[in-house]
Design a binder for this molecule. Structure first.
Ligand code: ZN
Length: 471
């Protein structure tokens, strides 16, 4: 069973927001359940090598002469009352300082290197490498971070205890080393891997499930940059933001409306999907600007031909970009939304969409999916896009959603829509009154139509839909 994650405006401060355990910082007030008093974090132990796997130990501020400690696996999520907003998260994002080729012809590799202060080390940095050398100074050797203990509030010596395992060199065996570092001490994090290795999985690329990543992460626009330019009429002073309480909540320049969730290679490979969305939006927008909500001219018959497969992929990508950045809300706050591996395979074209999954559009006037981009100019001038997820009960994994572009809404499901069932027409079904993957959508006024033709490579039957308009 599936429910829609509701868009919420503003976030209630008295209920916790779910954030990854890895994102908890000293000073956060975290929440376990209604029976347990929240814990304000005073110190954190990040431990990579623990008998139960990587863990975080959150140590509370002293209460009398006792301190409570909560221990978590790193892969989980936890409620947080004062989760860092996205601007703070963005600042915390280390900037890539250099990308260089190293080594000889045979073992060409890529090093990406960035600096980070000891106080900013979090669980995200466990397992990464910093530069070290053998005691005799002859060999450079990577040192892997296996433990971080943040103690910023200690009166005498605040800082971070960092433990690393230094690799083996010809002159000495591997060993564990480390110490207490002042908060502003800078570390150089080094990421080293083979260039062009088809197996390489960039840790921050959400489609990395089967490798194929490049060494650099790229800023992926939450919604295609080409669409933003189209709807802001190329205004250089235009700004954009999310208005549902998560994601980027303050206005930013379009080029900053990005999440670092795809590697450069995978980002590039998904461009045809953006082109399909831009073709659709431009066609609808141009008609709406002439028609002016009925005050202008409808004009002649017109049509546009678009790859339905690419358009469907674009809608899925929009949803997954937001899911990867945990930029959706639901259950009263920001939610952590895992991406199922099959969604990645479909997005990258490694797997076909099952026939009963995928895109759908309104086919009845009472469908919750909006289908009239021409009644008023809102969808063209300001409110030109939105995305809302469907989340799986229990896990909050993304299993589809709705995407609205230029006033037309598209349902996307990563599950069997159950069209043959009575429950499909139930009021709570967000895609009731719809048809799947139309071969065209046509808006008709006094017998004159504007038609979007979708081509499909799947070989299935495709219905058509004509919306008849009155002035
Ligand atoms: Zn990738």
């Amino acid at each position: 069973m599936v429910r829609a994650g509701g868009v919420r405006f503003g976030m209630p401060s008295d209920s916790p927001i779910a954030i990854p355990v890895l994102a908890v910082r000293v000073g956060d007030t975290i929440f376990k359940d209604r029976a347990t008093k929240p814990l304000t974090v005073d110190e954190i132990d990040w431990v990579l090598e623990h008998e139960h796997g990587p863990i975080a130990r959150f140590i509370g501020v002293p209460e009398g002469n006792a301190r409570r400690t909560w221990v978590y696996r790193l892969s989980g999520v936890i409620g947080c009352f004062n989760a860092p907003d996205d601007e703070a998260l963005e600042e915390r994002e280390p900037t890539l300082r250099s990308v260089d080729l190293i080594g000889g012809d045979v073992s060409r590799g890529v090093v990406s290197q960035y600096e980070i202060a000891a106080k900013d080390l979090t669980g995200d940095h466990l397992g990464l490498f910093i530069g070290a050398h053998s005691d005799d100074g002859k060999f450079n050797v990577p040192a892997q971070i296996i433990e971080i203990h943040q103690i910023p509030n200690r009166a005498t010596r605040p800082g971070a205890v960092v433990t690393v395992r230094i690799g083996e060199t010809p002159s000495q065996p591997a060993r564990v080393d480390g110490g207490l570092y002042p908060p502003e001490q800078v570390f150089e994090i080094i990421e080293l891997f083979q260039e062009g290795d088809p197996e390489y999985r960039h840790p921050r690329c959400y489609v990395n499930t089967r490798g194929g990543c490049s060494a650099t992460i790229s800023g992926e626009h939450y919604v295609s940059h080409g669409l933003i330019k189209l709807f802001t009429f190329d205004d250089p002073n235009a700004t954009i933001q999310h208005n549902h309480g998560a994601g980027i909540v303050r206005p930013v320049k379009p080029k900053k409306f990005v999440a670092n969730v795809l590697c450069t290679s995978h980002n590039h490979g998904l461009h045809p999907a953006d082109d399909a969305a831009i073709s659709f939006a431009r066609f609808i927008r141009d008609i709406a600007l002439e028609w002016r909500g009925g005050a202008g001219a409808w004009g002649d018959e017109a049509e546009v031909h678009i790859s339905g497969d690419d358009f469907q992929r674009w809608a899925l990508k929009l949803l997954l970009n937001h899911a990867a950045a945990n930029a959706f809300t639901g259950n009263g706050g920001r939610v952590s939304t895992p991406i199922p591996p099959e969604a990645v395979d479909i997005l990258l074209g490694r797997a076909e969409w099952p026939e009963t999954w995928g895109m759908c559009v309104a086919s009845q006037v009472d469908s919750p999916l909006t289908f009239d981009p021409f009644r008023n100019p809102e969808p063209i001038l300001s409110d030109w896009w939105s995305a809302q997820p469907f989340l799986a009960n229990g896990t909050n994994a993304i299993c589809g959603g709705t995407v609205r572009l230029a006033g037309v809404e598209f349902g996307i499901t990563l599950y069997n829509q159950g069209r043959e069932l009575e429950a499909f027409s139930a009021p709570e079904n967000p895609i009731r009154g719809s048809i799947q993957r139309p071969s065209f959508m046509r808006w008709e006024f006094e017998g004159v139509g504007k038609t979007v033709y979708f081509s499909w490579e799947d070989g299935w039957e495709h219905k058509t839909i004509t919306y008849t308009m009155r002035r």
